[in-house]
Design a protein around this ligand. Structure first.
Ligand SMILES: Cc1cc2nc3c(=O)[nH]c(=O)nc-3n(C[C@H](O)[C@H](O)[C@H](O)COP(=O)(O)OP(=O)(O)OC[C@H]3O[C@@H](n4cnc5c(N)ncnc54)[C@H](O)[C@@H]3O)c2cc1C
Length: 260
């Protein structure tokens, strides 16, 4: 079985995000980068399925050469192959990214096949949405372009004889989907608990040869005007008093909050 995971390089959560002076980009000078928790679960899910059923996991990202860091991390936790879709210094809207990823996937599937027949990935995993721009659309666009079924919001995957069984969490239970192979899923954090890299994994990630595919696709319809950082919510500490004398003021505050 062959599984592909698409991952995106995004700023590490928890960092203070600054914007460049022209308002067009995130200032990456003091930032660490990672992949979104959804995509970490996608890679872990793929590795677990391969451990159970046999096969190989490929990870793919569209980005600059810096994004090799995220590909190598995926290899350190069990992926076998890594492909960088080289973004160069073009501007990339979601439509264009999806078109370039689709073309790259078709290239890899043709190279995997024989006698001129492409060998599709049995399963392609995306994160439900990216951790930075959260457009909720790249996976859906790719699945549509490839003519394959997709379900988003997945928190459970099983491999049947000819089908993929996917479970989506809803209020009070799960919806269960059966998709014919090849299929595409958008997965959510909670699918599993991603493992940490082992020493063996780290060594493999240093040695892995990263395949590079040129990214070509026409610009789509979405253009960035500028990035804007919302005003920070200020928090204030008020000292109500000291010792037993403060008790009445505390009761007033609790009353105001409606907890009494
Ligand atoms: C190199 C680069 C340059 C960019 N330049 C611009 C720009 O000039 N102007 C602008 O407005 N925006 C730019 N962007 C942002 C870009 O428009 C969005 O990141 C992109 O459209 C994806 O949308 P999203 O993050 O909302 O993804 P979503 O649709 O939320 O992502 C869903 C899932 O798709 C997959 N995915 C998303 N992006 C990638 C990727 N790059 N590689 C592999 N898998 C992916 C992941 O699995 C993700 O969880 C750039 C992004 C990149 C990577």
């Amino acid at each position: 079985m062959k599984i592909l995971c698409c991952v995106k390089r995004v700023p590490a959560p928890g960092a203070k995000i600054n914007i460049t002076a022209d308002g067009q980009d995130v200032d990456a000078a003091h930032l660490g980068f990672t992949t979104s928790p959804h995509e970490e679960c996608a890679v872990e899910g793929a590795v677990q399925l391969i451990e159970e059923h046999g096969g190989e996991v490929t990870v793919m990202t569209l980005g600059t050469s810096d994004a090799e860091e995220q590909l190598r991390y995926a290899v350190s936790v069990g992926a076998h192959h890594a492909v960088l879709v080289d973004a160069g210094d073009n501007t990339w809207d979601p439509q264009r990214i999806a078109a370039a990823l689709t073309a790259a996937i078709q290239d890899v599937e043709s190279a995997n096949g024989s006698d001129g027949t492409a060998e599709p990935f049995d399963l392609i995993l995306f994160g439900n949405e990216s951790a930075d721009s959260g457009g909720f659309q790249v996976g859906i666009r790719v699945a549509h372009a490839l003519g394959r079924p997709i379900v988003q919001g997945i928190k459970g995957i099983e491999i049947g004889d000819d089908a993929i069984i996917a479970r989506r969490e809803i209020d009070g239970g799960f919806e269960v989907y059966e998709l014919p192979r090849p299929a595409v899923l958008g997965v959510k954090e909670g699918l599993n608990l991603p493992r940490y890299p082992t020493m063996k994994g780290r060594l493999a990630s240093k040695k892995v040869e990263i395949g590079t595919v040129g990214a070509s696709a026409d610009a789509g319809g979405q253009a960035r005007l500028r990035l804007h950082r919302p005003e920070e919510a200020l928090s204030e500490t008020v000292i109500l008093g000291t010792g037993p004398e403060a008790a009445a003021a505390v009761v007033d505050v609790l009353d105001e909050l409606g907890v009494l």
